[in-house]
Design a protein around this ligand. Structure first.
Ligand SMILES: [Zn+2]
Length: 394
């Protein structure tokens, strides 16, 4: 037995007493209900039934409405109280009505069609039939929808035969079969066949806000917020702008310019710092080469690199010398970064590919490279690698 839907006659009714007619795996079936089942882009109702949480309301192919109740403790034949999560329901009624108004205005004022819609917890999205929609059109649409809010247009229903509904040549094709086609009429703005729930007057949309757009399936999808959520979004963004203004010590109207300058400055500081670090690595390496013992005329440098210098910069510096055998490690807790440079004649002192295993096994190391630089990472004591490197030199 199907539940009698009370929500069409009384979309504002928040409570109802109903009788449980069956309890199935899909959910509870009642003799009548105010709970709207998910469909047409609108979410299913939530709330409580006999005090137990109603998690969702769904409808199956044969139009049976199932109430998904958490841990129901009632039996078939019991009379139960339904209490809607009104905030949730009303949000969707507002959003759904706003969607009709927006799609109607897009079609009649801008000849832009609606391909699909989605009503979310926070945002309403309308997938259009366009590849491009300029910002001026988006703002003009926002103004027109808000104008309809101020003008308080009534939303009403008409029941038509399939033939009389088809004859109206509506912007959206009629998806239901047979007679008894339910048309939703937003006065002066839009008429479509729809089985969803709407507010009674456009003034209840309260506020319509354009949030932005994205591309989907080659179409522009417009993103909007409605009512209290729209206000929350606008205020949230205002606070972010204020905080950025304070962070950059800039009046809001100069914020973009100030931030752009700061980004450019940071980038040039970064490249200056990079040059300083490279220069520092070179000077430190020069100092060590000057005091290093030689092996067949090639200086040998074993280096425990202090914090603040980078092995990458040291590797780059090493290639500036004619002959150099360098093994450098940098301890970072248990982790050891290692660098071996065999520049010029140093390649005759150590055959890295051949000794790789002997060297890296001391620190369970990984990594490699190509002449004259090899580097990687390991664990344990970097000093052992330095000693092994020295022992392996021929
Ligand atoms: Zn609708």
């Amino acid at each position: 037995m199907h539940s009698k839907p009370i929500y069409y006659e009384e979309p504002y009714q928040r409570t109802l007493q109903a009788v449980v007619t069956s309890i199935t795996k899909k959910g509870i079936v009642l003799d009548k209900t105010i709970c709207y089942p998910e469909g047409g882009g609108q979410a299913g109702d939530r709330g409580t039934i006999a005090g137990k949480p109603l998690l969702d309301t769904i409808k199956d192919d044969d139009h049976t409405i199932y109430h998904q109740v958490e841990n129901p403790d009632f039996s078939v034949g019991d009379t139960v109280d339904i209490v809607l999560d009104w905030e949730h329901r009303y949000h969707y009624m507002q959003m759904h009505t706003a969607q009709h108004v927006a799609s109607g205005l897009l079609f009649h004022h801008f000849s832009i069609g609606t391909v699909s819609v989605h009503q979310g917890e926070r945002v309403l999205t309308i997938e259009t039939d366009r590849k491009e929609i300029p910002l001026t059109v988006c703002y003009a649409l926002e103004d027109l929808v808000n104008q309809s809010v101020r003008e308080a247009k009534p939303v009403s229903y008409e029941v038509h035969t399939q033939q009389s509904a088809q004859a109206l040549d509506l912007r959206r094709s009629i998806k239901v079969e047979g007679d008894g086609v339910r048309l939703v009429v937003v006065e002066d703005i839009d008429t479509v066949a729809c089985g969803g729930l709407h507010v009674a007057n456009t003034k209840e949309i309260d506020l319509f806000h354009y949030e932005g757009q994205e591309m989907i399936r080659g179409h522009v999808r417009l993103i909007f917020t409605i009512g209290a959520i729209a206000r929350e979004e606008i205020r949230g963004k205002e606070r972010i702008v204020e905080q950025l203004g304070a962070l950059f010590s800039s009046p809001v109207e100069e914020l973009v310019e100030t931030a752009s300058k700061a980004v450019t400055q940071a980038s040039s500081d970064k490249s200056a710092l990079k040059k300083c670090n490279e220069r520092l690595a070179l000077l430190e390496l020069e100092k060590r080469i000057a005091g290093a013992p030689g092996e067949k005329g090639t200086p040998v440098v074993l280096w425990e690199v202090e914090e603040g210098l980078s092995l990458k910069d040291i590797g780059k510096a090493a290639t500036a010398f004619e002959n150099l055998a360098l093994c450098a490690v940098q301890q970072n807790g248990e982790q050891v970064l290692w660098l071996i440079a065999l520049v010029g004649k140093a390649e005759f002192l150590l055959d890295f590919p051949k000794q790789r295993q002997n060297l890296l096994s001391t620190i369970a190391g990984k990594g490699g490279g190509k002449p004259p630089l090899y580097q990687g990472v390991g664990t344990g004591e970097g000093l052992i690698l330095l000693k092994t490197f020295k022992d392996l030199l021929v």
